[in-house]
Design a protein around this ligand. Structure first.
Ligand SMILES: Cc1c2[nH]c(c1CCC(=O)O)Cc1[nH]c(c(CCC(=O)O)c1C)Cc1[nH]c(c(CCC(=O)O)c1C)Cc1[nH]c(c(C)c1CCC(=O)O)C2
Length: 344
């Protein structure tokens, strides 16, 4: 029964003896089997759009470690691509996109109703996974939050401080808000289709939320997330949502209540003790081991994992890293982390 899955129990607010565990970027380049399948696909985007191979890489970390959840293998930048932006990945550097900074460029984007033409292979991957996962493993779908996706669409690439997006807010707020609006509508439609295809949970990644301050955090990180959750809950009231406003700091406080999220994912810049007191009071939290422990390992990894489990032990908690595992991580350290979480 779906209700028995540990991840769903934590998301429903249950305090468990040991928390469910999964890992951001758990299907990734630290795994030799991922690298082999990626080579077979050719490049990263071909892998994302190949349902058979995307299903395979999603399942690899489940087979190897028995995580409590699988996360759909895809990328947050498929939405801009589905809206008509050019997208490609430069090896060793990251994503590149055609930029949207003017009303004329915005005008050229496709209507939201057209995105499924591009994204239909992703729904096929979700359907495959829903049929292939072990009974105890929950399936997580995801999308980027509008602000984070907008930062890539405006700059045409990843940036350290999201300068180009902040500049557009300062110089042409109306165009920025129209772009954010389009992404928000597309994200609602995309996540709704993932849920219809079999995603049991969805996660909204706002990786660059931390660069929004004050009023702009409320308007461009909190409000769009709230709007997405409200629309999803209207259609799918029983599907839990995890929100990840990375590096939100004090803005983590009350974020779940204000947005309607069932769980807030925490990055590793906040202490677990602080978050237990200030964020977990509102419900389930996810996190927040620093990813470098997957590289450095040793007793410190075990101690730090246990410390986080203990800090969050009085309420609902999903164990995870504070951000994605890096390609230089040692796969054995992942097993050590899981053993420490589960008390082995
Ligand atoms: C900002 C962002 C992106 N993508 C994502 C985010 C938000 C989370 C975060 O903050 O990391 C989200 C994402 N990207 C990927 C997933 C798959 C599911 C998972 O295992 O977590 C998820 C959930 C696969 C991926 N997305 C990417 C890879 C590596 C691609 C490869 O195989 O070469 C993977 C496995 C590429 C990617 N995709 C993106 C960047 C900046 C890069 C390049 C950096 C890098 O190479 O690590 C955009």
């Amino acid at each position: 029964m779906a209700e028995q899955k540990k991840l769903l129990r934590a998301l429903a607010g249950e305090t468990l003896d040991t928390p469910p565990v999964w890992m951001m970027r758990q299907a990734g380049r630290y795994l030799p089997e991922y690298k082999a399948t990626r080579a077979q696909a050719g490049d990263f985007l071909s892998l994302c759009y190949n349902p058979e191979l995307a299903t395979e890489v999603t399942l690899q970390p489940i087979r190897r470690y028995g995580f409590d959840a699988a996360i759909l293998f895809a990328d947050i930048l498929l939405v801009p691509q589905a809206l008509g932006a050019d997208l490609w990945f430069v090896t060793g550097e990251g994503p590149r996109l055609s930029t949207i900074t003017t009303p004329a460029e915005l005008e050229q984007l496709k209507p939201v109703s057209d995105i499924h033409e591009t994204l239909s292979p992703i729904y096929e991957t979700v359907r495959n996974l829903a049929g292939a996962l072990p009974a105890e493993t929950a399936l997580i779908g995801f999308a980027g939050a509008p602000w984070t996706v907008a930062t890539y669409m405006i700059a045409g690439r990843g940036t350290k401080d999201q300068g180009p997006a902040h500049q557009l807010i300062a110089e042409d707020r109306a165009t920025f808000e129209a772009l954010l609006d389009r992404i928000t509508e597309a994200t609602i439609s995309y996540l709704s289709m993932q849920i219809q295809a079999g995603a049991e949970v969805v996660k909204i990644f706002d990786s660059w939320a931390g660069s929004l301050k004050g009023d702009n955090f409320t308007k461009y990180a909190l409000e769009p997330t709230k709007r997405i959750i409200k629309a999803l809950k209207a259609e799918h009231p029983d599907t839990p949502v995890i929100a990840f406003p990375r590096e939100a700091g004090d803005n983590y406080i009350g974020f779940a209540k204000a947005t309607g999220a069932d769980c807030v994912a925490l990055d590793n810049s906040v202490s677990a003790d602080w978050a237990a007191e200030n964020v977990q009071v509102d419900g389930c939290v996810q996190g927040n081991l620093a990813p470098h422990h997957m590289v450095t390992g040793g007793q410190e990894l075990v101690d730090e994992t246990r410390r986080i489990v203990k800090a969050f032990s009085k309420g609902p908690h999903i164990f995870n890293l504070g951000h994605g595992i890096t390609p230089d991580a040692d796969p054995d350290n992942v097993q050590r982390m899981i053993d420490a979480v589960r008390g082995a």
